[in-house]
Design a protein around this ligand. Structure first.
Ligand code: NAP
Ligand code: MG
Length: 500
């Protein structure tokens, strides 16, 4: 069994009150690790360390190149330790090994990209104006200060990188709190970061619960910004808590993304794509394609193939390379998802496949849910409106594309969407009309490090990735430099200046 302490001010330390909690493998319910459980006072220790590092340490004043080298070193360390990180990610989160391998690879690649992004000089010289007097105007981009980063359990290592990368690249100091469900790889990352030897207090990683350690981050006046990924409900709580000290907030929250198949789509690609959109990581993805819109003309044929293929998915040991779906992250999540399936049936949708817990011997101790598809779902029903965060697809049949678009946008969420068609113009026309931060055409889940990712409506505030994402970790400062140079030529409006 592994034991982890808090990482504060470049030291590994116990929680002040010596409290701990454990991590469970959701495949076999074995206890795999013990963590120090940070209370509010430990969050304060971490915040103070980050504050000191930002206010008096070398980090924010370092050259972009120097900071970039530190960040690149994190990427290299992840690559060097990828085998262990993959194994631990599978054991802690229930991710299939195929997904975990991709996650660790992308964590390293994303971090290397944040290192490159940090080399950009974001400052600008603005176009001059001659009135009310000649001046030179500079726009500087400075780090926000101390960033509190709070992340969920679905992509544990990758989410840690998505917060640390841009925060550090912009010159901030950070306190990161991973989800108590999946803290193992974040603490392994702490070890790698420690080995690199960042300046004291620049990176602090504390394991603990949202209600105490997390809450302190969102209310403490020494924290300048909260970068959060998680549910919309907690996002709302965080925004309220941060309001007292008017912290900057970026929120990456939930989704109920609409996947629209047009009647000229390549059927095989659209069917497999729809399955990938919903069943990847057991549906525990904020950008999952959870609502599938099918034209009535092709719906029966499409559904038949979708159901047959869904029955053939392999569910079981996530360490097995052949496994398509592993367990959900926790018993609580399993119960939530089964509750939604029950609700779907109650509300009159047709259960086309799945709907229960798999019975194979491989699945007896894990928190599994069968890949499930509901047909004839009403867009206003619970399973079409609420985020389920499990392998449950709601199929909604439509007559006219306009109706599909209208229903797609009839949601409190706007994280992502997708269109399947052989006609690029038609697909683009639909893409423009979807109120969502990312729209895929004949694709799903793929993100670009250069393209902003984030949500419209209640899916969030702000963007991650690219220059857009980096700017979220900066303050804009305007410096006005006088170029009039002569007292007599100053146009100081109504100011009464005593003569003589
Ligand atoms: P969650 O319950 O919202 O928790 C997210 C994080 O917030 C956890 O670290 C949690 O701590 C912490 N937290 C909870 N209450 C808090 C509070 N009052 N103050 C400060 N922190 C608090 O989400 P989850 O269940 O872990 O993850 C699933 C959700 O994340 C889904 O809704 C999904 O859509 C969303 N998500 C969105 C994106 C995106 O990019 N848009 C990506 C991934 C996931 P604990 O350790 O106590 O849980
Ligand atoms: Mg776990």
């Amino acid at each position: 069994m592994r034991t982890y302490q808090l990482y504060i001010n470049n030291e590994f330390v116990e929680a002040t009150d010596k409290k701990t909690f454990t991590a469970t493998n959701p495949y076999n319910q074995e206890t795999i690790a013990t963590f120090a459980r940070a209370g509010a006072q430990d969050a304060v220790r971490a915040i103070n360390a980050a504050r000191e590092a930002f206010d008096n340490g070398p980090w924010p004043g370092m050259s972009r190149e120097e900071r970039s080298n530190y960040i690149k070193a994190v990427s290299d360390k992840i690559n060097e330790n990828s085998k262990l990180l993959v194994e631990l990610e599978v054991a802690d989160s229930g991710s299939t090994i195929r997904k975990a391998e991709e996650d660790v690879y992308l964590s390293a690649r994303n971090m290397a990209n944040f290192a490159k992004l940090g080399l950009h000089d974001l400052s600008e010289t603005l176009e001059g104006v001659s009135k009310p007097g000649f001046s030179k105007n500079l726009l500087l981009r400075e780090p926000v200060g101390v960033v509190g980063a709070i992340i969920p359990w679905n992509f544990p290592l990758k989410m840690a990188i998505w917060k640390l990368g841009p925060a550090l690249a912009a010159g901030n100091a950070v306190v990161l709190k991973p989800s108590q469900e999946t803290s193992v790889t974040a603490m392994e990352l702490a070890k790698l970061i420690h080995a690199i030897g960042f300046p004291k207090g620049v990176v602090n990683i504390i394991t603990g619960y949202g209600a105490d350690a997390g809450l302190e981050l969102t209310t403490n006046p020494k924290v300048d910004k909260i970068a959060f990924t998680g549910s919309t409900v907690v996002g709302q709580q965080i925004m309220r808590a941060a309001a007292t000290t008017l912290k900057k907030v970026t929120l990456e929250c939930g989704g109920k993304s609409a996947n629209i198949v047009l009647d000229d789509a390549d059927m095989t690609m659209a069917i497999d794509g729809a399955m990938y959109a919903i069943f990847y990581h057991q549906g525990q993805c904020c950008e999952a394609g959870t609502r599938l819109f099918l034209p009535e003309k092709i719906a029966d044929e499409f559904m038949h193939a979708l159901v047959e293929k869904t029955k053939r998915l392999t569910i079981g040991d996530p360490m097995n390379m052949a496994t398509d779906l592993g367990p959900l992250v926790s018993k609580k999540q399993q119960e939530t998802v089964l509750g939604y399936i029950h609700k779907g049936t109650q509300e009159g949708a047709t259960l086309a496949v799945g709907g229960g817990v798999p019975i194979s011997s491989e699945c007896t101790r894990g928190f599994f849910v069968e890949p499930t598809v509901f047909d004839h779902v009403n867009n206003s029903s619970t399973i079409a409106q609420e985020e389920i965060f499990g392998p449950v697809l709601s199929v909604i049949r439509y007559k006219r594309v306009e109706d599909a678009i209208q229903m797609a946008n009839d949601s409190i969420y706007g994280l992502a969407g997708g269109v399947w068609s052989k006609d690029a113009d038609k697909a683009m026309d639909v893409a423009r009309q979807l109120r969502a931060g990312t729209v895929w055409i004949n694709e799903w889940h793929l993100l670009s490090e250069r393209a902003p990712f984030g949500g419209y409506k209640q899916s969030g505030i702000g963007r991650e990735f690219g220059i857009e994402g980096l700017k979220e970790y900066t303050e804009a400062k305007h410096v006005h430099i006088d170029e009039v140079g002569v007292r007599e030529k100053k146009t100081w409006y109504d100011m009464v200046v005593p003569k003589g």
